[in-house]
Design a protein around this ligand. Structure first.
Ligand SMILES: Cc1ncc(COP(=O)(O)O)c(C=O)c1O
Length: 440
C-alpha cells in the first residue's frame, strides 16, 4: 500500500524504527499500551509536543488530533500547566494526606457538576469506573450491571465486555452476548454484566421487567465516543433515568471522555439528566493522570463510612491535581468552547467534502468527531460493522506519513484543543487533500 506519492513525501523514521526495535526487546510489543502498536509502519517515538503539534525523534512534525487519546484539551506543554506542575513539584509531589489543592479542586468540581456532591480522586478512568460499580453494588445490594455494546469503560475484567464484538460472537441485537475483550478475563467477572444495544430503550425496559431487583446500575457513556461519536436518541437518557428511579437501580454516567470536553458541566449539563454516580478522567486534568468518581451524598456516604473501600497510594496526587484549576480556568474563559467548536465545524465540513468522493464520511458534531468509510452515519455499534476498517486504516497510514496524527484504531476519533488554530486546520485540509488524491 502506498503511503507516499505526489504531495505526500515518505517520512524519515529511521530513529523511531531503531528505537522501536530496541524497545521491543524490553517492553511487551514495544509499546506502553495496547492500541499504540497499531501505528504503521511501526510505532513512532515522540520527543516533544507544544500546543497543537508534536515532533518525533527524527524531527518530523505532526499536527496532533489524538491529543494523548483525548486528555490534552489545552494542547501539549501548556505554559500554565507546566508552571503549576513546577510550582507543586517544589512543594512536594505527594503527601499521603489531605492538602489545600485537594479541597480547592473538589469544591470546584462539585460546583460545576451538582450531581456530584461528594468525590474521590484516582488516576485512571478505569479505576473511577470500578469504584462507581462497587459503590452501586454496595448501595443496592445487587450485583448486575447493564452496559452497552461498543461503549468502553476501561480495561478491567468487570467492564471490558462487548466493546468490539464481531458479528459471529455478538449474539442477537435484542439480547447481545457478553463478549470479553481479552484472554484471561474469567467468566465470573463478566457474568454479572448484561450487555444491551445503546439507544434501545425497549431492550432496557424488557431486561428490567425480568430482573429489576438484581440490577445494581446502568452504566453508560452519555455520548458514545468510542465507536464514532454518537449522540443519544432524544429521550433515551431520560428513559434510563426513569427506569433506574422506578427500580431502585443507580444510573452511572461514564464522563471520562465527555466531562469538561463537551461543556464545563459535562454531558449531563447538556442533556439535563442527573446521574447517581459520575466517572471523569482524561481532559479534566489536561494530560496529568487524574480520575474522579463522584455522586449523590447519600450514595457516596458508603465511601465516607468506609463501608465501601476506595483507596490508592496516589489518590489526590497534588502534582496531578495542580493541572486541574489551570484547565478549568482556561475553559471558563468566555468564547473558549465556541472557538474550538467553530474550528471543529470548519474542519468537519471540509473533511466531509474531501473524503466523500472516496466513500468516507464524518461522524460527530462537537469538538470530537471521527472519520469512517461506509454507507453513512451510524446509530449503533452494529451499524458500524458496515464500515470499512481497511479503508480508514489506509487513510490513517497516509495521514501519519503526511504529518497528521490521529488515533491508531479503526474506530476513529479526532480531538480539538484550545491551541489548534486556523493555520492548523488549513494545513490539515491540504494534507488530507493530498492523501485523498493518493488514495483515489
Ligand atoms: C468512556 C471511557 N471510560 C473509561 C475509560 C478508561 O480510562 P483510562 O484509559 O484512563 O483507564 C476510557 C478510555 O478511553 C473511556 O473512553
Amino acid at each position: 500500500m502506498r503511503t507516499s506519492g505526489p504531495g505526500v513525501k515518505p517520512l524519515d523514521l529511521e530513529r523511531s524504527h531503531k528505537m522501536f526495535e530496541a524497545t521491543r526487546q524490553v517492553m511487551a510489543g514495544g509499546v506502553g499500551s495496547a492500541d499504540r502498536a497499531l501505528v504503521e509502519p511501526h510505532p513512532i517515538f515522540i520527543e516533544r509536543g507544544a500546543g497543537s503539534r508534536m515532533w518525533d525523534v527524527d524531527g518530523n512534525e505532526y499536527i496532533d488530533y489524538m491529543l494523548g487519546y483525548g486528555p490534552l484539551i489545552l494542547g501539549h506543554a501548556h505554559p500554565k500547566i507546566v508552571e503549576a506542575i513546577e510550582r507543586q513539584a517544589r512543594l512536594g509531589t505527594m503527601y499521603g494526606a489531605g492538602h489545600p489543592l485537594e479541597l480547592e479542586v473538589a469544591e470546584r468540581l462539585t460546583a460545576l457538576m451538582p450531581s456530584m456532591e461528594l468525590v474521590r480522586f484516582g488516576q485512571s478512568g478505569t479505576e473511577a469506573v470500578l469504584s462507581a460499580i462497587r459503590v452501586a453494588r454496595a448501595s443496592t445490594g445487587r450485583s448486575l450491571i447493564v452496559k452497552f455494546e461498543g461503549h468502553y469503560h476501561g480495561w478491567a475484567d468487570q467492564v471490558a465486555v462487548s466493546y468490539a464484538p464481531s458479528k459471529s460472537t455478538a449474539g442477537s441485537p435484542r439480547r447481545p452476548t457478553a463478549v470479553p475483550m481479552s484472554e484471561g478475563q474469567p467468566y465470573g467477572t463478566y457474568e454479572d454484566v448484561i450487555v444491551l444495544g445503546w439507544n434501545d430503550i425497549g431492550a432496557v425496559q424488557e431486561v428490567f421487567a425480568e430482573r429489576a431487583n438484581e440490577i445494581a446500575a446502568v452504566l453508560t457513556e452519555p455520548i458514545a465516543f468510542n465507536y464514532g461519536v454518537i449522540e443519544p436518541e432524544p429521550g433515551f437518557l431520560a428513559g434510563l433515568r426513569q427506569i433506574c428511579d422506578e427500580s431502585g437501580s443507580l444510573l452511572i454516567f461514564d464522563e471520562v471522555q465527555t466531562g469538561v470536553r463537551v461543556a464545563l458541566g459535562g454531558a449531563q449539563a447538556l442533556c439535563g439528566i442527573s446521574p447517581d454516580l459520575t466517572c471523569m478522567g482524561k481532559a479534566i486534568s489536561g494530560g496529568l493522570p487524574v480520575s474522579v468518581v463522584g455522586g449523590r451524598r447519600e450514595v457516596m456516604a458508603l465511601v465516607s463510612d468506609r463501608r465501601v473501600f476506595q483507596a490508592g497510594t496516589y489518590n489526590s496526587n497534588p502534582l496531578c491535581l495542580a493541572a486541574i484549576p489551570v484547565v478549568l480556568d482556561r475553559l471558563s474563559e468566555p468564547g473558549t468552547y465556541e472557538r474550538m467548536e467553530s474550528l471543529s465545524r470548519r474542519l468537519r465540513n471540509e473533511l466531509q467534502t474531501l473524503i466523500e468522493p472516496i466513500g468516507g464520511y464524518v461522524q460527530g458534531s462537537s469538538t470530537v468527531f471521527g472519520l469512517a468509510f461506509g454507507p453513512g452515519q451510524i446509530r449503533t455499534m452494529r451499524e458500524g460493522w458496515r464500515n470499512s476498517t481497511a479503508k480508514i486504516m489506509q487513510l490513517k497510514r497516509v495521514l501519519w506519513n503526511a504529518g497528521v496524527y490521529t488515533k491508531p484504531t479503526p474506530r476513529d476519533i479526532w480531538y480539538l484543543s484550545t491551541e489548534h488554530t486556523e493555520k492548523d486546520i488549513e494545513e490539515t485540509l491540504e494534507r488530507v487533500a493530498d492523501a485523498v488524491a493518493l488514495l483515489s
